[in-house]
Design a protein around this ligand. Structure first.
Ligand SMILES: NC(=O)c1ccc[n+]([C@@H]2O[C@H](COP(=O)([O-])OP(=O)(O)OC[C@H]3O[C@@H](n4cnc5c(N)ncnc54)[C@H](O)[C@@H]3O)[C@@H](O)[C@H]2O)c1
Length: 336
């Protein structure tokens, strides 16, 4: 049966999602929502989308839509998600899923009570190199993972407009970028629960209302610890836009460049596995990752399977983000 998908927002990420959906069989790009008619008309023309609406309410009232993909500013994620879920429409919402964990929880509840599916677009879970490293972890090649180190930063640039305004974005570089590194660490660790968070967060590079720099330490309930760096306008990054390293009892693995080094239990004989991914990665994210993410969303709908990353994973990430901001404000470790 043909699945009818609508796109909410017509900016940078919505185009990437529409490109992904266009490649799928039995998926119809049925509608688009934006309060700005010119941008909406251009998007509808580019992706041959027949229906245009100024508001999500108008779309839902008209009906004949199975799923929506939300790529709007963060303050709209919760109300638009809940409106769709309450109408029985499945949702994939961009990260960060909400302005804070309290909003995220109401979205999770709406999904549970409506029965419609909620997926959160934590896209790095669909990256081929991240998935390769996860396979190594699952095969036990690193032993027990003691700590992870990751970052997600923009070097020499940062976003403008609503991204830098607290009332529209909720948070700055941590909510925008750090959450990628946070979710990647959590994914590679097998989705542990956070136990405590300590953070130093500030604004140093521009006159923003929100943060442009952060260092966060998260302790997980499986005993591992993650350090996470977030940033816009940073003077340097050790590699591409985002990367994560895993330090285990008998091994080390990382993305990007992606490889693994592991030893016997005595730490004497070391081997290296190089999976052969291109040594230099695109500085920004690849379309293939978003294609895999959209394919998974559609598969979940067709098989009535709770998506993972879903509302639960998104909510846990928001709890860590909230705790990090609280820790930075109070100077204390926040227990969860
Ligand atoms: N996963 C990723 O790699 C990734 C990358 C970029 C952005 N994002 C996320 O996607 C979201 C959007 O970011 P972006 O870069 O595409 O932003 P953007 O500013 O390019 O696009 C936002 C869109 O929302 C529209 N919009 C605003 N108010 C609206 C309303 N009331 N109804 C409908 N549409 C409305 C705007 O007109 C615009 O088309 C953010 O949450 C961001 O964090 C994720």
């Amino acid at each position: 049966m043909t699945l009818k998908i609508a796109f909410i927002g017509t900016g940078y990420i919505s185009k990437i999602h529409a490109r992904a959906a266009q490649k799928l069989e039995d998926v119809e790009l049925t509608a688009v929502v934006n309060h700005r008619p010119e941008s909406m008309a251009a998007f509808a023309a580019e992706f041959t989308i027949p229906r245009q609406y100024a508001t999500i309410e108008a779309l839902l009232q008209d009906g004949d839509v199975d799923a929506i993909v939300i790529g709007t500013p963060n303050y709209l994620h919760a109300p638009q998600t809940i409106a769709a879920l309450d109408a029985g429409v499945h949702v994939m919402v961009e990260k960060p899923m909400a302005m804070d964990a309290a909003e995220a929880e109401t979205m999770l509840e709406a999904s549970r009570s409506s029965g419609a599916l909620l997926m959160v677009a934590h896209c790095w879970r669909f990256d081929s190199e991240v998935l390769w490293l996860l396979e190594q972890v699952k095969a036990g090649r690193l032993g027990k993972i003691i700590r992870t180190k990751g970052y997600s930063v923009h070097v020499h640039w940062g976003p403008a407009g609503w991204f830098t305004q607290k009332r529209y974005a909720g948070g700055g570089a941590l909510a925008d970028m750090g959450i990628h590194a946070l979710d990647t660490a959590r994914f590679l660790l097998g989705d542990p629960r956070p136990v405590s968070v300590y953070a130093r967060i500030g604004t140093y590079y521009k006159e923003f209302e929100v943060d442009d720099t952060g260092v966060i330490i998260v302790n997980w309930d499986n005993g591992a610890t993650s350090t996470i760096e977030s940033g816009w306008w940073q003077p340097h990054a050790d590699g591409p836009e985002a990367a994560t390293q895993l330090y285990g009892t008998v091994g080390f693995g990382q993305i990007f460049p992606t490889y693994l080094e592991f030893s016997d239990v005595e730490h004497v004989a070391w081997e290296r596995i190089d999976p052969g991914f291109p040594p230099v990665r695109d500085p920004h994210c690849q379309q293939s990752m978003y294609d895999a993410q959209m394919t998974y969303f559609v598969e979940c709908i067709r098989s009535d399977q709770t998506p993972r990353p879903g509302g639960l994973e998104g909510w846990i990430n928001m709890r860590v983000v909230d705790a990090a901001y609280e820790s930075a404000r109070t100077g204390r470790v926040v227990k969860l």
